[in-house]
Ligand binder design. Structure first.
Ligand code: ZN
Length: 408
């Protein structure tokens, strides 16, 4: 019970920012003396700090507020895409210490190359963390079919990877024990649900376009992952039987009509240009009123709407969030998307659903990767602190052992 209450208070502070004891009591349903004790315990664990708030609670007396302490649990969040790699150090409360995103211009990399690159990028970010930080682990978002319990990538068609023990490889390269991994669209959905402005919606579908297309589903506030965790491969549902061959081997998959390669093809670029600079160039030409680009984005928008209409009929969500490059191009996709989604969806589920552009932008999956690890810390704050103390006293594996040196 006590662990449950600790988690409830830490979760409120992590999501909502600073709160007074009475606000916490109101939101958790716990009484104020219990809240006081829980805050004291979380403070001793180094996860929460109390201080003066901006508002006053009585005549001239500034109220004391509690807030999550970012350095109390820090995650190295990683997003591995076909055409980019992104990384951030994220603390409790969603505080971003540092963030970096680089383009991969040379096409898909071997897993070992990607892991070496990841380690190079991670060094300076980890070195820049405050000296008093507590490291909670690595969270990784991958564009592929991922087994969550051990971070094994079964297949990532667009990265051209199959059967890669990626979490083990990253853990060995960085010298960290705790590497958690999940599909990027699932993590995008998690981030939109936890940190986006979902307005209290509990049935959410996140649709992300990259080279491939994936969706993440939140059902009644919980991730819907399927029996083995592989749900959401909507990019490989058949949408156009007369369509093109897909990288997965099937024909007419949704992503062959709306993925980056379709965008490149329809916009008159070579397939290779899907790797670098495509979205910027399409945006530039769209803003200048280029009719070829308008036509291309109209087609992408229509096929996107057909797929989203099917999802609305199947899942009856109250919110569909548009992410990835669809989010970057959204103003030019919106009308065709909404028209064809409405045409595809039945009236009742259509009327109970809103479609919205992601406010987290291209970082949804990266933020979701940090939430994946922080959720474990929040669920068991005491156990987290104990495991860190065990490491610090030398009875556990050194969290920092073997970490690559940063520098030129
Ligand atoms: Zn496919």
């Amino acid at each position: 019970m006590r662990r449950h209450n600790l988690a409830a208070v830490l979760d409120r502070l992590h999501i909502s920012g600073e709160m007074s004891r009475s606000q916490l009591a109101e939101q958790t349903g716990l009484n104020r003396s219990t809240i006081r004790d829980l805050i004291a315990e979380l403070t001793v664990l180094g996860l929460v700090a109390e201080g003066r708030g901006a508002t006053t609670s009585g005549p001239g007396r500034p109220s004391s507020v509690a807030r999550a302490k970012p350095s109390g649990a820090v995650v190295l969040a990683v997003e591995l895409e076909v055409d980019s790699m992104a990384m951030a150090t994220v603390g409790l409360g969603g505080h971003i210490f540092d963030k970096v995103r680089i383009a991969n211009t040379g096409g898909p990399q071997q897993p070992s190359q990607a892991v070496a690159r990841l380690a190079q990028l991670a060094g300076p970010l980890l070195d820049a963390l405050p000296a008093d930080h507590t490291f909670a682990g690595v969270g990784v978002a991958v564009a592929g079919v991922v087994r969550r319990q051990d971070g094994f990538v079964h297949v990532a068609p667009n990265l051209e990877w199959s059967n890669v023990p990626l979490a083990d490889m990253i853990g060995a390269e960085l010298g960290f024990d705790r590497v958690m991994m999940a599909n990027e669209a699932d993590l995008g959905a998690l981030a939109e649900y936890r940190r986006g402005t979902n307005g209290g919606k509990r049935h959410l579908i996140f649709v992300a376009g990259e080279v491939g297309v994936g969706i993440g589903i939140i059902y009644d506030g919980k991730p819907m992952l399927g029996t083995a965790g592989y749900a959401g491969e909507a990019g490989h549902t058949k949408i156009n039987p007369e369509g093109r061959e897909c990288r997965c081997g099937a024909t007419g998959c949704w992503e062959t009509e709306v993925g980056e390669e379709a965008l490149a093809r329809l916009s008159g670029f070579s397939a290779d240009s899907a790797r670098a600079g495509l979205i910027d160039e399409v945006l530039r030409r769209a803003h200048s009123g280029d009719p070829e680009i308008y036509n291309a984005l109209g087609q992408i928008g229509r096929w996107l709407g057909v797929g989203i209409g099917n999802l609305i009929n199947t899942f009856n969500p109250d919110l569909v969030v548009i992410g990835g490059f669809f989010q970057e191009l959204y103003p030019f996709l919106e009308q065709a998307l909404l028209d064809s989604a409405q045409e595809t969806a039945l009236t009742a589920p259509w009327l109970s659903c809103s479609i919205r552009r992601s406010e987290l932008g291209i970082d949804s999956s990266l933020i979701g990767a940090s939430e994946l690890v922080l959720a474990e810390v929040i669920a068991s704050p005491g156990e987290f602190a104990t495991s860190i103390r065990r490491v610090a006293s030398g009875t556990g594996k050194d969290l920092l052992a073997g970490r690559p040196a940063s520098g030129p």
